[in-house]
Design a binder for this molecule. Structure first.
Ligand SMILES: Nc1nc2c(c(=O)[nH]1)N[C@H]1C(S)=C(S)[C@@H](COP(=O)(O)O)O[C@H]1N2
Ligand SMILES: [Mo]
Length: 535
């Protein structure tokens, strides 16, 4: 009983804070942050468990992107590249945890006010859903409700323990009491943290599923066997050089660029492709109707207008689908329908001259990519592929509408400062040796790919250390819509640092310019130069 005074002191302290008179402590902040961590994890987990329910973080992210000035989103894409989505999500989580810390401090004074705040923030994904075309309020409800439930539960468990722990700290004499309070808080916190981590990781894994190349959605579909399959690339269209970009890019290596935070997960039961606008006979197709018609194949490369010189935002695939000219003929384009608009389920749009769809090039509504149903990340169930045009004006993924429009229509990227027309520019890239590589002395293959759709590549030249241009050896061309491999056998005469530079020449005689321009507004120009060391 010698500690009675201490005991009563700490009791009083705990009691006082329970009354709401105590000041908040780091324990309260931690308990609030943990409660929000569990809330996020629960919400994501529920969204992951039921395919088609939206992730609360993605919903909020979508609204952040929509509300951001274009300059900011452009900056993010430039600064973080394809990681911009991860950076945005991490940012949302950090802000949510900070809000959580504030909620925890609030709970120290008034538990009710803290719970009310939690509910308020739980409504954020619901409001976001209401502002998002592809999800409904009801879809967003369950993940949001789960999040609020998880957060509330954690707050109930942690707040009293945080109070105990804080009271113990306030009372410097009550050593063992304080230790007990802190221990109880730590145990409860560790439990909540473990739950949040497991839930969060589980949600991640579940999300990875539907985006994987042979995903659930695509995996269920079976592509028809084309009655007249396109011949596979002859052997001479590929060079045997280690590290060169393959002529046809495997789906798993194909670059992914879009404005979507998570690829829309389209249920083919509810999906249809509408063809309308300035046409005589609008119609729509179900997924199975479209599949039945998808008997055409074409090897076509896609390139992103944002690709920097030497960058990796380009790839070639064998696309299977329905010819766009056949679809437009069936609809009967009216003379005013001078632009083809491709609309995605997520609201993204492209637009390009109708005439380019009708000039005989292999423009497709594609459902298959290299023999598989389109992977979700590449536009399942259907996308546009138009040879010779950058993706931002042509290659709508998760396509749901083809609309014929006048020249007045501006697609998604146009008001954001990108050119209205986006023909792919002539380009060439050194794949090997890699930039900054150290290679042994002796003969070495300098090799890569070059493209100039739809003219086709006629020549590639390489120069070393700014010397004379030398002709590279070309693989046979597969067609004019894809890239062409090239190799230059180099026998370095001196050890040390060297620069390798490449340029392409197209079939019209156009030589790729050395003048460096940035991707905006209509695609980068300049020669790819790599520096290497011969040692
Ligand atoms: N729905 C939708 N489709 C889209 C985009 C987009 O943001 N949303 N981006 C386009 C751009 S800019 C490019 S470069 C290509 C990339 O296609 P990929 O991701 O299959 O390589 O898709 C195009 N289609
Ligand atoms: Mo792009």
């Amino acid at each position: 009983m010698s500690e009675t005074p201490n005991h009563s002191d700490s009791d009083t302290a705990a009691h006082r804070s329970g009354d709401g008179a105590g000041s908040s402590s780091p324990y309260d902040a931690a308990s609030g942050a943990l409660a929000v961590a569990l809330a996020l994890a629960t919400g994501e987990l529920v969204a992951g468990l039921w395919a088609g329910l939206p992730s609360p973080i993605a919903l909020i992210g979508g609204v952040v992107v929509r509300l951001s000035p274009p300059a900011l989103t452009d900056f993010a894409i430039n600064a973080f590249g394809t990681a911009n989505v991860l950076v945005l999500q991490a940012g949302i989580v950090v802000v949510a945890l900070l809000i959580g810390a504030a909620v925890g401090r609030l709970a120290a004074r008034s538990f009710r006010a803290a719970v009310a705040t939690l509910f308020l923030f739980g409504a954020a994904p619901l409001l976001a859903a209401a502002a998002t075309p592809e999800f409904g309020f009801t879809d967003a409800f369950w993940p949001a409700a789960a999040a609020v439930g998880g957060g509330y539960g954690a707050l109930r468990v942690l707040t009293p323990r945080a109070r105990e722990a804080a009271a113990g700290v306030a009372d410097t004499d009550g050593q063992s009491e304080a230790a007990d309070g802190r221990r109880a808080f730590l145990i409860a916190s560790a439990g909540v943290a473990a739950l949040a981590l497991t839930g969060g990781l589980g949600a991640r894994l579940l999300r990875v599923g539907p985006s994987a190349p042979s995903d659930v959605a695509g995996g269920e579909a079976t592509l028809p066997v084309p009655p007249d399959p396109i011949p596979r690339p002859p052997a001479d269209t590929s060079l045997a050089v280690d590290g060169i970009s393959p002529l046809v890019t495997p789906n798993t290596d194909f670059y992914v660029i879009d404005t979507a935070l998570f690829s829309p997960y389209v249920d083919t039961e509810d999906w249809e492709l509408r063809v309308g606008g300035l046409v005589e006979r609008p119609f729509s197709l179900s997924y199975s109707e479209l599949l039945d018609m998808a008997t055409d194949e074409a090897y076509v490369m896609l390139a992103c207008v944002s690709n920097e010189v030497g960058g990796g935002l380009a790839g070639t695939a064998r696309w299977q689908g329905v010819r766009l000219d056949a679809i437009l003929d069936r609809a009967g384009v009216r003379p005013e329908g001078t632009q083809v608009v491709g609309r995605s389920v997520d609201g993204f749009t492209v637009a390009f001259p109708t005439q380019l769809a009708m000039d005989g090039r292999d423009a497709l509504v594609a459902v298959g990519m290299n023999g598989e149903p389109l992977p979700v990340d590449h536009g399942f169930p259907a996308r546009l592929v138009v040879p010779g045009l950058y993706g931002y004006v042509s290659a709508t993924k998760w396509l749901t509408e083809i609309e014929l429009a006048t020249d007045d229509f501006d697609a998604y990227w146009i008001p954001r400062g990108w050119a209205r027309r986006g023909p792919i520019k002539i380009a060439s890239r050194i794949d090997v040796p890699r930039a900054n590589a150290r290679i042994p002395a002796g003969r070495t293959a300098v090799a890569g790919v070059a493209w100039a759709p739809l003219a086709g590549i006629a020549g590639v030249e390489v120069r070393v250390d700014g010397g004379p241009w030398r002709e590279a050896r070309l693989a046979d061309a597969l067609n004019h819509a894809t890239w062409r491999q090239w190799v230059y056998e180099w026998d370095p005469q001196e050890l040390g640092i060297h620069t390798l530079e490449v340029r392409a020449i197209d079939a019209d005689g156009t030589v790729q310019t050395a003048e460096q321009t940035p991707p905006r507004p209509d695609g980068a120009t300049g020669h790819h130069v790599v520096t290497i060391e011969v040692a």
